[in-house]
Design a protein around this ligand. Structure first.
Ligand code: SF4
Length: 753
């Protein structure tokens, strides 16, 4: 195992360390002395301290050393801005950035791409120059969707990847543990710090039998989503195993892992097998495939592995499914779908069919889809509904252009969109229906929440395999089952579509297409990062100031929030996405969705300096201008939702000192600590009720010590001063973050000394 095999063809000097991983694993094996799941093997072989780390599935926090980091363009902006403020010359862990989310679908690939290059120029310039500066691989707009590029170029069996996107698990199709994280976690790993993950439980899914006819890998995950629901995978890795796994293509396995994000799973994973080897070979990585074969016994589960939950699916009996509308776990087998359409009064006419995206745009998907389109055209008919094709990468686009599938789709009536997210993430200038008009669309994507595709809450969005999408598009209605129903040919004669066929891999190899990769230059010292001082989308971050070493006295309570305060309430998405790279501008959404306990209203709080009511960000800015730090008082599970670091950066930027709640969502609590804030909880949750929004408080920061409570001295607006106890979860290292002003300041300070 001590051979030198590069992790990827795009970088030099980053070798696959199966030897080191196997050594770590044998340390953990001795300690645990039980059979290990494949997911456990990958995680435990990446432990920062395999000797000392406490390991209990579902409870301990693992400190891990990922092999790679991947960021998409919407999340990369703030991640890189933060990384820059740590003052390091280059990333400590191999990292790539992918331009895919900011391209809007309107009239077709080339023109849409040109428009995006124009609209997003300053963001792309910033990403391109900062990647060059800090030794990050940069995939330009048009290169494709992050997860497809990772599968084609970077994923390898037994590796650990974190990515700032929820569908990062796609790489599980190549036996990689690939986990979606927030930007703050990515910054830590880019800077060389270990990454923390609660040791996941492992759900086993045993596959037997073999798919045939219209059933595809997508139908496996559509069925699993129906069984486990959108919450069923929370805190767990879903691990597929059993003889059925050998029968699936590598890209099909990636589809399954990709959509595993819809059941809330930490990630999903397949064991290394010959199909993965074939894919590695087809993508010019035979050396990796050969090396993985040497390490193969650790690239699957041990015999006798105990799963926390076990599900069995016989692929020979699996029916194609359609999931939706509005939620990806509402699974209906195709044989029951017509009934469901009628019973639920879903709009029967199918307006648009959309294939591709990061979930389903493999060569196999495109070939099978094209075989159905060809069958229809041989009978003289074409798509009845509008039809779009989103290639997942430039390599896929160029290959299906060379091999003819793209032409087939165009003749069939399809519009080929840019190699980007487009309608999957609402980047779709849809014109065929009016906002609010009920209508149905079906896609081979993964997520179908209300309004996600076209911002129309009345759009009924269904997800299915690309095969079913193409078939239903021909029929133009949801009342069609291609397995049993007939269509009318150009002469009105009835015919049945043939079951789709298609190659898993291109027999002539992949065509790389246009060169869309920007490697970091050898000499990076002369590169300067492009951020215009007048930009409203990007802003260089100034390091936060260090703690002054004193207790804080006479602090106003900016807002006492009541009920749920999620990260959406703290830092809304939607139109604010545009400002993800500009901390000052995005701070204008701080807490605007939170409910003020004083008046039950959102974004209306009292400014103690003026006595008037104003928006939350405006009052915070006024306090900051006057040099007055403030605190927030919150209810249970404050900060639940996403891991977005903006929800912690914004209160810090606008002068907040502490967030005091009944309890925190763990990731948000850590994010606050990282930004140098004090997340504190009432030792007695009933004390929440003792505080009125008009009170002033002293926070005895000098008491901050591991495992000790802190005092909050409350000066009620009317009444006698009293003390209450606050708890916290700071450890020694995190206390330094507070003292130095942030985790990044601490890192910069420690590097300098
Ligand atoms: Fe996310 Fe859709 Fe883009 Fe995939 S195609 S990365 S699911 S937005």
């Amino acid at each position: 195992l001590s051979r030198k095999v590069e992790m990827t063809n795009w970088e030099k000097g980053h070798y696959i360390n199966y030897k080191g991983l196997s050594e770590n694993l044998s340390i953990v094996r001795k300690r645990l002395n039980r059979p290990l799941a494949f997911a456990e093997k990958i995680l435990y072989s990446h432990l920062d301290d395999p000797h000392g780390q406490e390991i209990e599935r579902g409870s301990s926090y693992l400190k891990l050393r990922p092999d790679r980091v991947a960021c998409q363009d919407a999340t990369a902006q703030m991640a890189i801005l933060q990384f820059m403020s740590a003052g390091m010359p280059s990333v400590a862990t191999p990292t790539t950035v992918h331009c895919d989310h900011l391209i809007e679908a309107q009239i077709g690939g080339a023109k849409d791409l040109a428009r995006a290059n124009d609209i997003n120029k300053e963001v792309y310039d910033f990403l391109s120059t900062s990647c060059a500066k800090y030794n990050i691989g940069f995939w330009r707009p048009g290169s494709g969707i992050i997860h497809q590029i990772i599968l084609e170029n970077y994923a390898f069996p037994g590796a650990l990847l974190i990515g700032t996107d929820s569908h990062t698990p796609n790489a599980g199709g190549l036996g990689m543990t690939a986990i979606g994280v927030g930007g703050a976690d990515a910054v830590d790993v880019m800077a060389g710090l270990p990454w923390e993950l609660k040791a996941p439980k492992v759900i086993g899914i045993k596959l037997t039998g073999q798919l045939s006819g219209w059933a595809t890998p997508k139908d496996i995950i559509l069925k699993v989503a129906g069984i486990l629901t959108v919450k069923g995978g929370t805190g767990a890795i879903v691990e597929y195993h059993g003889p059925g796994t050998e029968t699936l293509s590598c890209t099909g396995m990636a589809t399954i892992c990709n959509m595993g994000a819809e059941i809330g799973a930490t990630t999903s994973l397949f064991p290394f097998n010959d199909r993965m080897y074939d894919y590695l070979k087809a993508t010019k990585r035979t050396a990796i495939g050969d090396f993985a074969r040497e390490y193969a016994q650790e690239l699957r589960e041990d015999e006798g592995t105990q799963y926390d939950e076990l599900i069995e699916i016989n692929l020979s009996e699996l029916e194609p499914h359609i999931n939706g509308p509005f939620t990806p776990d509402l699974a209906t087998p195709i044989s029951k779908f017509k009934e469901a359409v009628k019973a639920n009064k879903w709009p029967e006419e199918l307006k648009v069919g959309l294939i591709g995206s990061c979930t389903n745009s493999s060569y196999e998907d495109m070939s099978r889809g094209a075989s159905i389109a060809e069958d229809a055209m041989a009978h003289g008919i074409k798509a009845k509904s509008l039809f779009t094709v989103t290639p997942g990468s430039e390599q896929i686009r160029a290959t299906i252009e060379r091999d003819g599938q793209l032409k087939t789709f165009e003749e069939f009536g399809g519009m080929v969109l840019a190699n980007a997210c487009g309608p999957c993430i609402g980047q779709w200038d849809r014109r065929d229906v009016k906002k609010g008009e009920p209508n149905s669309i079906i896609s081979s994507y993964n997520r179908n929440f209300t309004g996600r595709n076209d911002a129309n809450p009345a759009t009924h969005s269904f997800v299915a395999s690309p095969d079913l999408v193409v078939a239903m598009t021909i029929a133009g209605t949801l009342n069609f089952n291609p397995l049993t129903d007939t269509l009318k040919d150009k002469d009105g004669k009835e015919f049945k579509l043939k079951a789709p066929t298609g190659d898993g891999l291109p027999s002539r190899g992949y065509d790389p297409g246009n060169d869309t990769y920007q490697a970091p230059p050898e000499d990076r010292s002369q590169v300067s990062v492009a951020v215009s001082p007048s930009s409203d989308r990007l802003q260089v971050l100034e390091p936060f100031s260090a703690w002054d070493g004193k207790d804080a006295t006479d602090l106003p309570i900016l807002i006492k929030t009541q009920g749920k305060t999620t990260t959406d309430h703290i830092s809304m998405a939607g139109p604010w996405l545009k400002y993800r790279g500009h901390l000052d501008n995005i701070s204008n959404n701080m807490l605007i969705g939170a409910i003020n306990a004083e008046n039950g209203e959102a974004n209306k709080i009292k400014n103690i300096l003026t006595g008037g009511y104003d928006a939350v960000p405006a009052v915070a800015r006024d306090y900051k201008k006057n040099g007055i730090p403030w605190v927030v008082v919150g209810d249970w599970n404050y900060g639940e939702g996403s891991s977005r670091e903006h929800a912690a950066l914004e209160p810090r930027h606008l002068g907040g000192l502490a967030i005091i709640t009944r309890s925190f969502a763990r990731i948000h609590e850590t994010n606050l600590k990282k930004q140098g804030m004090l997340p504190l909880t009432f030792s007695d949750p009933a004390d929440y009720d003792k505080i009125s929004p008009a009170d002033k408080v002293d926070l005895l920061c000098t008491e901050l010590a591991v495992g000790k409570p802190m005092t909050l001295r409350v000066h009620p607006a009317d009444g006698k001063t009293f003390d209450i106890k606050l708890s916290h979860t700071f450890n020694e290292g995190q206390i330094k973050w507070f003292k130095n002003g942030s985790a990044l300041n601490t890192m910069a300070k420690e590097r300098a000394s």
